[in-house]
Design a protein around this ligand. Structure first.
Ligand code: EPU
Length: 430
């Protein structure tokens, strides 16, 4: 077990490079199952969710060869469906893409119910509705989901999602890519990783149009072929560093980004008095004045991302006045508020809204990362706060941030990982 220790209060200065997008990587790695050939995937982030996904694929008889730390060759020709180990599948959310990919390739999917961050109930009814529309019979029993195509195979269909779902959109796209006929997904999610998965599949010979709009058309093809594909940069990692620059009153040039993906974050930062300058593939963020209060509501893309909500909350704690932060995507994504309160934050949660009375300095404390972005928020709070902050349960952070500690050290942060003594777990349990 490890913890992160930060001696905060130093502004961050310099250049920081963004890695490939976690939520695109998880989907694309599993989508290689549909290709039944060799693929080379580049710009892979070095994060635990990617390591777990590759481990799942190895268990499924997929040949996985790292060409360098960010490039993998995957040969799915001999993959065996329905053999993913439950304990690995339950470690993350994106393992639910096994349902769409296996159904599309073998006509039968069998995999455990996914894990991922705990934000309250996270149903997959829309995924199931989509598979059923394509003709599959779906059962959920004993912690597993089984989906079986009819004897003639999956057939294209029209699917209208009841709500905006990233996972559901990608999963149905995966199932439909090799189905007979045309599938139309309406009220589809427009997130950049939906587009990235569609681009990967199209590079392999799929016929998908409209990804990035709310209507996606998938004309089924018999076969896909291997390709080389680079994953897009992670907009949430970029946004996290943008907020870290603003929170520490520093200046960061954040490289390897797609500026368009960062517009909703930039707009809010500018409203708060933070300077943001967009380049072709970088964004520079700095602050030399006070932070102003702001209201934010999380929304599907291109709105303000829910995955930036906890980090934004920290910035609101540092701003003068009362800010309102409304979470409209997940049932309960405010568990981290209790941790920020240990650092002296003045936050009240009323249903889906956090009311943040900013302007009083935070104080260093020992805190727990309950989930991935909550962990990132606590790191930002620690960086912006004088004194020694210790963050435990950092395995959540390492699921999704590539070398967070090393990257922050390179821009002047006094941050390090410390191994907790073996007896710690026992002491905590007693
Ligand atoms: N929902 C349903 N039924 C469904 C699917 C979703 O009710 O069948 C609800 C969810 O409970 C939620 C909302 O719809 O309230 C949106 O869920 P969505 O399906 O869009 O989210 P997800 O696929 O579970 C992905 C990301 C999340 C990110 C959300 C929203 C992955 C692996 N996860 O989750 O990423 O917050 O989209 O953009 O792609 C993170 O990276 O920290 C993270 C949590």
């Amino acid at each position: 077990m490890e913890k992160i220790v930060i001696n905060g209060g130093r502004p961050l200065y310099g250049d920081i490079e963004v890695s490939g997008m976690k939520n695109a990587a998880g989907a694309i790695l599993i989508a290689t199952l549909l290709v039944s050939d060799k693929c080379i995937i580049e710009n892979l982030p070095c994060i635990n969710d990617v390591a777990t996904t590759l481990e799942i694929l190895r268990h499924m008889n997929v040949e996985v060869r790292m060409l360098d730390k960010n490039t993998v060759e995957i040969d799915t020709r001999n993959a065996i469906g329905g053999t993913s180990p439950l304990d690995l599948v339950r470690r993350m959310r994106s393992s639910y893409y096994l349902y769409g990919a296996e159904l599309g390739r073998y006509g039968r999917a069998y995999a455990g119910y996914p894990g991922g961050c705990d934000f309250g109930v996270r149903p997959i009814d829309q995924h199931i509705k989509g598979f059923e529309a394509l003709g599959a019979t779906v059962t959920c029993e004993g912690g597993y989901v089984e989906a079986v195509a009819p004897s003639g195979g999956l057939r294209g269909a029209n699917i209208f999602f009841d709500l905006n779902t990233v996972g559901g959109t990608i999963n149905v796209m995966l199932a439909a890519v090799r189905a007979k006929g045309t599938t139309i997904i309406e009220n589809a999610a427009r997130e950049p990783h939906v587009v990235d998965v569609a681009n990967f599949l199209n590079t392999c010979g799929a016929n998908i149009t409209g990804a990035g709009t709310d209507t996606i058309r998938i004309k089924g093809v018999d076969k896909l072929k291997g390709c080389t594909y680079a994953i897009i940069p992670d907009m949430i990692e970029a946004g996290t560093y943008m907020i870290a620059a603003a929170a520490t009153k520093g200046r960061l040039r954040i490289k390897n980004v797609i500026p368009k993906h960062l517009e909703s974050i930039s707009a809010k930062l500018e409203e708060m008095g933070v300077s943001v300058e967009m380049g072709d593939d970088y964004v520079t963020v700095w602050r030399d004045g006070p932070l102003y209060r702001v209201n934010v509501k999380t929304l599907p893309y291109p709105g303000f991302p829910t995955d930036m909500q906890p980090q934004m909350c920290v910035l609101m704690c540092l701003a003068d006045g009362v800010s309102y932060l409304n979470e409209s995507i997940f049932e309960n994504r405010f568990r981290y508020v209790e941790e920020l309160k240990r650092m002296g934050a003045n936050i009240k949660v009323d249903g889906h809204t956090a009311i943040i009375e900013g302007g009083t300095p935070l104080s260093a404390a020992q805190v727990h990362a309950h989930d991935l972005r909550a962990g990132a928020a606590l790191v930002i709070a620690g960086l912006a706060t004088e004194g020694r902050t210790e963050i435990e349960e950092i395995q959540h952070i390492e699921r999704g941030y590539d070398n967070l500690v090393g990257k922050l050290q390179s821009v002047g942060a006094d941050i390090r990982k410390v191994i907790l003594p073996d007896s710690y777990g026992l002491a905590k349990a007693n």
